[in-house]
Design a protein around this ligand. Structure first.
Ligand SMILES: *[C@@H]1O[C@H](CO)[C@@H](O)[C@H](O)[C@H]1NC(C)=O
Ligand SMILES: *[C@@H]1O[C@H](CO)[C@@H](O)[C@H](O)[C@H]1NC(C)=O
Ligand SMILES: *[C@@H]1O[C@H](CO)[C@@H](O)[C@H](O)[C@H]1NC(C)=O
Ligand SMILES: *[C@@H]1O[C@H](CO)[C@@H](O)[C@H](O)[C@H]1NC(C)=O
Ligand SMILES: *[C@@H]1O[C@H](CO)[C@@H](O)[C@H](O)[C@H]1NC(C)=O
Ligand SMILES: *[C@@H]1O[C@H](CO)[C@@H](O)[C@H](O)[C@H]1NC(C)=O
Ligand SMILES: *[C@@H]1O[C@H](CO)[C@@H](O)[C@H](O)[C@H]1NC(C)=O
Ligand SMILES: *[C@@H]1O[C@H](CO)[C@@H](O)[C@H](O)[C@H]1NC(C)=O
Ligand SMILES: *[C@@H]1O[C@H](CO)[C@@H](O)[C@H](O)[C@H]1NC(C)=O
Ligand SMILES: *[C@@H]1O[C@H](CO)[C@@H](O)[C@H](O)[C@H]1NC(C)=O
Ligand SMILES: *[C@@H]1O[C@H](CO)[C@@H](O)[C@H](O)[C@H]1NC(C)=O
Length: 541
């Protein structure tokens, strides 16, 4: 009898808990989704259209989308070094407010600087209307270097910091009852030479574009005093692995702080040198190719087959050679995965080739804390049918379940009026933001870019997959300095918390070309699991 009573009330409470956690409870209705179209330029820059000024004929610009910063920058009319892009003339606007300060803005490519203004802006929606955001802080560049690309007059920063300059902060201040400012990002692949770059779902992500759970990661503020900082924020990636076609190799890393930036502004994926070199050492015919402002690339045979899998919490996604091997106009095939020029950089950059395979959500709280949600994208081709179908089925199941629960509850309520109080629960008025409960602690304790020891069982990551834990328990941390030298590579650093793994499944020697015999060779024919940690100080067995 008591069991019969407990079961439905448990289900009932769980449903409320679920509602509390996933659909942030609001005093006010959530905002409507606005569809912001993204254009793609030949330089693989994803851009939005922004109108500046409240004049009858505003000045209209294309702005590159970046999540690294929260600063918006536009080329000023008096800028001689801004590449001749269409420029903004503050004196032609009646709504401009000049601010006394100047601002420097940098990307991995270059810099721009100039005076700061506040301006009445409108972000163009797909139906031709503008989402108006007045009093937006804008840096009006009067000088720049490698910052602007042809036809693109600036950059709209929708990242974490400096938060006061963000369009999100502006909107949250005007909508104090809204718990968060969120937007979803569904990019089209950069390798698809189309001018349609995809869409942003502004103010409210669109669930018909993704399926399964969203894995949320708190945005960790970058420590500006670390010279290799790449961004104003990072999230922690839980693991990555690269495996070769027909399982010829498998390199993976997990169990350490893998600080990762997700920014569609960059059309590459950049790994630390040791990781990238370990990967390309296993790809037959790969060789160093070119150097950009911040990364080295490899060229490789156009028929190379390999797969990169990245894990954030419960979410894993894979890219294969269709995204990882890019055929240039000259017929040379280049790897989308590159390495930092800076040998000391330990961060990971996942740019547009990666972002285009998933659905990304950025969410900022009234306090300016951010979190990134990653979810599986529903492919455009079958987006409507299975998604809608799943929704209908789930909806039906939920309604039936609720009816049964309500019936059972009603029955017990009438049967045992005295026992009514304990399960009568009102939805809390407290706004619930989609941050893990330990977010504060996690943010403050993880500001440093230096990887801390990470034991995989961190609170706030209850979604850590089992295999990761298993791996970690096998890698007994070594007290001696760990230098993880890879073929043709350099040392990874001095931290002892890094753990690389490599399994060679059916490894035929002809498939793997090593420059020198690795000191850590794993006997061929080893079964895929368990994976052995790669350590220089490990005796070859
Ligand atoms: C944006 O500015 C252009 C150029 O002034 C104008 O033609 C267009 O109507 C504006 N769009 C909106 C939505 O205000
Ligand atoms: C911008 O950079 C220049 C040169 O690096 C420096 O002199 C100037 O102080 C910087 N300005 C600001 C506002 O940070
Ligand atoms: C750009 O603007 C800044 C601040 O307004 C000023 O100090 C600097 O001299 C200007 N530079 C050029 C090249 O005009
Ligand atoms: C465009 O969409 C927005 C949001 O749905 C709506 O408020 C606006 O009225 C629409 N504009 C037009 C011209 O249909
Ligand atoms: C924008 O700034 C002006 C001048 O400071 C102020 O009068 C106006 O109320 C502000 N608007 C918003 C929406 O904050
Ligand atoms: C490129 O775009 C076309 C049409 O929009 C689409 O069918 C195709 O799947 C896209 N390819 C990639 C790699 O995204
Ligand atoms: C990186 O750190 C430097 C100081 O070393 C700071 O000036 C810069 O703004 C930081 N970059 C970002 C993107 O936060
Ligand atoms: C490669 O290793 C990772 C981590 O051990 C594992 O999750 C993945 O399934 C492996 N991939 C293949 C193709 O064996
Ligand atoms: C940044 O640099 C890379 C490589 O140097 C280049 O491909 C890309 O177009 C640049 N992006 C911008 C916006 O200048
Ligand atoms: C947001 O960050 C601030 C510090 O910047 C911290 O005090 C606050 O507790 C954080 N809020 C949440 C919800 O994590
Ligand atoms: C940034 O790093 C420096 C040097 O590692 C450290 O002293 C400082 O406390 C860090 N700052 C924050 C905010 O974490």
């Amino acid at each position: 009898m008591s069991l019969l009573f407990l079961l439905p009330s448990f289900v009932f409470f769980s449903l409320f808990a679920l509602a509390d956690a996933q659909i942030a409870t609001r005093d006010v209705p959530p905002p409507q989704t606005l569809v912001i179209p993204l254009s793609m330029h030949t330089s693989q820059v994803y851009s939005v259209k922004v109108n500046m000024s409240s004049n009858a004929s505003p000045q209209s610009f294309s702005f590159a989308l970046s999540t690294s910063t929260a600063i918006t920058t536009v080329a000023g009319a008096d800028c001689d070094s801004c590449g001749g892009v269409p420029s903004y003339n503050p004196s032609a606007s009646s709504s401009v407010q000049q601010l006394p300060q100047a601002q420097n803005v940098s990307t991995l490519n270059g810099t721009a600087s100039g005076a700061v203004v506040r301006e009445y802006c409108g972000l163009l929606q797909s139906n031709g209307s503008a989402w108006v955001y007045p009093n937006q802080t804008v840096t009006v560049a009067n000088q720049s270097a490698s910052f602007f690309s042809p036809g693109v007059s600036g950059m709209i920063g929708v990242g974490l910091a400096p938060f006061v300059d963000s369009p999100a902060a502006n909107w949250l201040a005007q909508n104090p009852t809204q718990p968060t400012f969120s937007f979803g990002m569904a990019l089209n692949s950069p390798s698809n030479f189309s001018t349609d770059g995809g869409v942003l779902h502004w103010l409210q992500p669109d669930p018909s574009f993704y399926q399964g759970d969203i894995a949320w990661k708190p945005m960790l503020a970058a420590n500006a005093s670390i010279p290799s900082n790449r961004s104003s924020w990072f999230v922690e990636m839980d693991a990555w692995s690269v495996s070769g076609g027909s399982s010829s190799f498998n390199i993976s890393q997990s169990g350490t702080e893998l600080l990762t930036l997700l920014d569609p502004f960059y059309s590459t994926i950049v790994f630390p040198q040791s990781s990238a070199r370990a990967i390309y050492a296993d790809i037959p015919g790969a060789s160093k190719h070119a150097t950009s402002a911040f990364a080295h690339s490899w060229k490789l045979p156009c028929d190379s087959k390999f797969r990169l899998t990245v894990t954030f919490g419960t979410f894993s996604t894979s890219l294969d050679q269709t995204s990882l091997v890019v055929k240039q106009a000259d017929g040379v095939c280049v790897g989308a995965l590159q390495e930092w020029i800076d040998a000391s950089a330990t961060e990971y950059l996942l740019g547009s080739p990666f972002i285009a395979v998933l659905y990304l959500i950025f969410s900022y709280s009234q306090q300016g804390n951010g979190s990134v949600g990653v979810a599986a994208r529903i492919p455009a081709s079958n987006k409507l049918s299975p998604g809608a179908l799943a929704g209908v089925i789930l909806g039906t199941v939920a309604v039936v379940a609720l009816l049964i629960i309500a019936g059972v509850l009603l029955y017990f309520t009438f049967l045992r009026r005295s026992a009514k109080a304990p399960h009568k629960r009102k939805l809390s008025k407290t706004d619930v933001t989609p941050f893990p409960s330990d977010f504060t602690e996690s943010t403050s304790s993880r500001r440093s870019l230096r990887p801390n020891n990470y034991n995989g069982q961190q609170q706030g990551e209850p979604w850590s997959p089992d295999w990761q834990t298993t791996l970690l328990s096998e890698s007994t941390p070594s007290p001696s300095p760990n230098t993880n030298t890879f073929p043709g590579g350099t040392t990874y650093g001095t931290q002892s918390s890094h753990a690389y793994y490599r399994t060679e499944v059916d490894s035929s020697p002809s498939l793997i070309h090593l420059d020198s015999p690795p000191p850590y060779a794993i006997p061929p024919g080893a079964s895929p699991v368990p994976l052995l940690p790669l350590r220089k100080n490990r005796q070859p067995s």
